[in-house]
Ligand binder design. Structure first.
Ligand code: NAD
Length: 488
């Protein structure tokens, strides 16, 4: 059966697909501004019912202890996604504005396949460790460490890579034995709602184990941070919202896992292939219109070759005009909304006001009156104190900053409230590795290496987050540790 047959999505609450108490809200195609259809708008009562269902599914069923059932259900979901992958692809292009070429990677097919890491980990995981017998305080004791699910997880996600982020929470949380309420961003409700539909119609997940609650009201999701029945909030989004989540969660002292913003640096050392490195930085910053938290948006280059670096980056970006995301050749599609486009424009205006200049781009592309497009833009003439070098823009914007040698490059990279990612390019692998080791960030690309994969942990230092998603570390975020001491 076709997904979203009536172009209207429903909530998944306690195993049933239901309409929302708040009616519906529209979902838009950011490339055309056309209304795609509607999503169920959950009320606070719907969220309450979803939390209640997740609590009961955790407390009253064997979900948390039945690894075989969990693995089977997650594999069923993976199979259903594979079976519907072409429909999901068109949906992702139209709802997210994701360029078609990215849907065979992190926008869709990558995360669907990455669910295997979660199921394989659950099957092979050492749920208990025998520490043997000892006599602490003189009492002969057999010690065991057990790892158990935390309980009910509230997963709150953004719109930029919705499948990747929804599945990077749902996969490990469920494989580890938790139950979950998924609350997606209002801009991309369907990417989450289709999971609810596939789970209800193609899997044996027990009622209440997964709940999908779409809402136009951020406040409905905020309840996940305050409700005492929720044991953990797994949040991806902006640093500002992350602070609110952490503060809201304090009253009930629930575990908070945060994947937040970034302002990552791409360091080009003086022995690197400058043109090649700058071209790669420009390409990366334009991909999906720069809407990736880990994209390197500060290009830090040797001062004596600054102009050459700006020219190389601008030459690449000028060839990446924003285009129709349905076109297989498009790298830079639209941004998600008029609000985001206007926010990016505000940052571009600030760059000029602070004395910078555009080496290419700088605003909305000519001839594109519909759709939330913005030109890939290289900003030159500013240092690391500029607003565009300090704040996350979340658009296709690269700021080129001069450095005076390796120590200065490291200082600039680390002079940021964020610490999500970074890149180092050098003609000497050891020198690059030495610089990479000094970066206060969660992921580093050295000379073009790719850190994104199911078995690699992803996350941030400093105000880019707390905890790690993906990899074994990401799985273990969703576990408690119990120490059992039995007198013998
Ligand atoms: P956002 O913070 O505005 O919203 C994220 C989610 O939080 C949405 O579901 C939203 O409805 C919800 N929300 C908003 N206010 C809330 C509140 N008070 N309590 C609970 N939930 C609330 O972020 P966005 O604009 O959707 O996404 C862009 C941001 O996400 C960027 O800052 C980007 O860097 C970040 N991001 C980070 C990562 C990462 O892994 N580090 C990945 C992708 C995106």
């Amino acid at each position: 059966m076709a997904l979203l047959g009536d172009r209207q999505s429903r909530l998944l609450v306690d195993g049933k697909l239901v309409t929302g108490g708040g009616g519906t809200f529209t979902t838009l195609n950011p490339a055309t501004e056309d209304v795609l259809g509607v999503a169920a708008d959950a009320s606070d009562a719907d969220m309450n019912a979803a939390i209640d269902a997740a609590r009961r599914a955790f407390d009253d069923t064997d979900w948390s202890t039945n690894v075989e059932l969990r693995v089977r259900c997650i594999r069923q979901l993976q199979r259903a996604m594979r079976d519907h992958v072409e429909e999901l692809r068109e949906l992702t292009i139209s709802e997210v504005g994701a360029p078609r070429m990215l849907t065979s990677m992190a926008q869709l097919e990558g995360p669907v396949e990455d669910l295997s890491f979660c199921t394989d980990t659950a099957e092979s995981y050492p749920w208990t460790t025998d520490l043997g017998i000892a006599a602490p305080m003189g009492i002969k004791t057999h010690r065991t460490i057990a790892r158990e699910a935390i309980g009910v997880v509230g997963a709150i996600t953004p719109w930029n890579f919705p499948h990747q982020i929804n599945l990077a929470k749902l996969g490990p949380a469920l494989a580890a034995g938790n139950t979950l309420i998924l609350k997606p961003a209002p801009d991309t409700p369907w990417a989450a709602a289709v999971l609810g539909e596939l789970i209800a119609e193609h899997t044996e997940f027990p009622a209440g184990v997964v709940n999908v609650v779409t809402s136009s009201d951020h406040g409905v999701g905020a309840r996940l941070s305050t409700d005492p029945r929720v044991d953990m909030v797994s949040f991806t989004g902006s640093t500002t919202t992350g602070r609110a989540v952490m503060s809201d969660a304090a009253a009930t002292l629930k575990k908070v896992f945060l994947e937040l913003g970034g302002k990552s640096a791409f360091l080009v050392l003086d022995d690197a292939d400058l043109a090649g490195a700058c071209s790669m930085a420009a390409f990366t910053a334009s991909m999906h219109a720069g809407q990736g938290c880990a994209i390197t948006t500060r290009l830090v280059v040797p001062r004596q070759r600054y102009d050459e670096a700006v020219e190389s980056a601008a030459a690449t970006m000028a060839g990446l005009a924003p285009g129709d995301p349905t076109d297989p050749g498009t790298i830079c599609g639209p941004v998600i909304s008029a609000r985001q486009r206007d926010r990016i424009q505000g940052y571009l205006d600030s760059a000029i006001a602070e004395g910078g200049r555009f080496a290419c781009g700088g605003g909305r592309p000519a001839g594109r009156d519909r759709g939330f497009f913005i030109e890939p833009t290289v900003i030159a003439g500013l240092d690391n104190e500029a607003t565009v070098a300090r704040e996350e823009i979340f658009g296709p914007v690269l700021t080129v900053i001069a450095h005076d040698g390796d120590d200065d490059a490291v200082r600039i990279a680390n002079d940021s409230p964020y610490g999500l990612s970074g890149t180092v390019f050098s003609g000497d692998d050891d020198r690059a590795a030495g610089v990479a080791a000094r970066l206060r960030v969660g992921t580093v690309n050295v000379n073009g290496g790719v850190w994104y994969s199911a078995d690699m942990p992803f996350g941030g230092y400093k105000q880019s987050g707390i905890g790690r998603e993906m990899g074994l570390a990401g799985f273990e975020e969703y576990l408690e540790i119990k120490a059992i001491a039995t007198a013998t």
